[in-house]
Design a protein around this ligand. Structure first.
Ligand code: AVJ
Length: 320
């Protein structure tokens, strides 16, 4: 079967409006910030794929090794008819689950949801080709806003991989998990990947690689703002910063103005003092007991918790 046409819940105008809102809010705040979802235009999605192959960036490999080992069990335990993937990107690791479900039989539909049209076009076309008989329905949407658009009925397994839930701040995370639980029926499943708390000497290089790919990914947000809103940031005026916050147990990515910077964005005159930083991403790291507690607080039952052999990354299976 070829993939069905993408269902688009984020229209160009809608994307433009929310980017304008975020830019206005974030760039007039102190300290300045922008949400990480704006990294992912076509170039940003490619840079992220490149990050996942870097020697320092362990989360993708660690999560893949968990899925490799547990995919059969996940297919058996859940017996899902519909697999829904939030923030699906390239859906590369998801193939391990699709393979297991193919061996087991019974999975009818795969529904990847992502903000990136380019990533979805590619992934849905390739998956539809490689898994004949699977219905592939890509949804262009934002997982914090479009949970009500997910298909209903049949036993569903929602997967949220890569540690992307760590991009949400704690209060947003609680809201997201509660909304997720509300959109599921009892007996549906949630599989969630979380990067685990570990020594900063391992985490920090994962967000500040020697080849400078993460730095380019970070600066890409300014390129997106320039192109989409006609702004005139000089991305090269900003240095990439990756900082471990030991209290909140998260990584922050920031862009630090290396000299005074002025830019015209929308109707704003945005000024950075030399050394001033713009926060572009929070990537929270988790402890096993914390993940379980957050899931239970949202109304889930935590059923399985798996890690890779080095204990770097956790994958939790929970039941609604
Ligand atoms: C896609 C959100 C899981 O937080 O590790 C990679 C994004 N940022 N390098 C992460 C990211 C910098 C990534 N997630």
């Amino acid at each position: 079967m070829s993939a069905e046409p993408l269902e688009i819940y984020l229209e160009e105008q809608d994307l433009g409006r929310s980017l304008r809102d975020d830019v206005r809010t974030g760039l007039t705040a102190r300290p300045k910030w922008l949400p990480p979802k704006w990294f992912y235009d076509a170039r940003g999605s490619e840079l992220f794929e490149e990050i996942t192959r870097l020697p320092e960036y362990y989360p993708t490999r660690a999560e893949r090794s968990v899925l490799q080992r547990r995919a059969g069990e996940i297919a058996e335990l859940t017996g899902a008819k519909t697999l829904i993937e939030l923030g699906s990107g390239s859906s590369e690791k998801t193939r391990l689950l699709l393979d297991a479900f193919t061996r087991r039989g019974g999975l009818g539909t795969f529904v990847p949801l992502d903000v990136s049209v380019s990533a979805l076009r590619q992934s849905t076309a390739q998956i539809a080709t490689d898994y004949p008989g699977l219905r592939v329905r890509g949804i262009v949407g934002d997982f914090t806003r479009h949970l009500d658009r997910l298909p209903t009925g049949g036993r569903r397994l929602v997967i949220f991989l890569g540690g992307t839930i760590g991009n949400l701040l704690p209060a947003e995370r609680a809201g997201f998990l509660a909304a997720m639980r509300a959109s599921l029926e009892p007996g549906d499943w949630l599989l969630i990947g979380t990067d685990l708390v570990k020594d900063p000497s391992i985490v920090v290089p994962a967000y500040d690689d020697a080849a400078g790919v993460t730095a380019e990914f970070n600066r890409n947000v300014l390129r997106v703002v320039n192109r989409e809103l006609g702004a005139d940031f000089d991305p090269e005026a900003f240095a990439h910063v990756a900082l471990w916050d030991p209290e909140r147990e998260w990584i922050e990515m920031r862009l630090r103005a290396e000299r005074p910077v002025r830019a015209r964005v929308l109707d704003l005159d945005v000024e950075f003092a030399a050394g001033e930083e713009l926060r572009t991403e929070v990537s929270a790291k988790f402890r096993p007991e914390g993940i379980a507690a957050e899931l239970v607080a949202a109304g889930f039952t935590a059923r399985e918790f798996w890690t890779d052999a080095d204990g770097l990354f956790g994958v939790t299976l929970a039941r609604a």
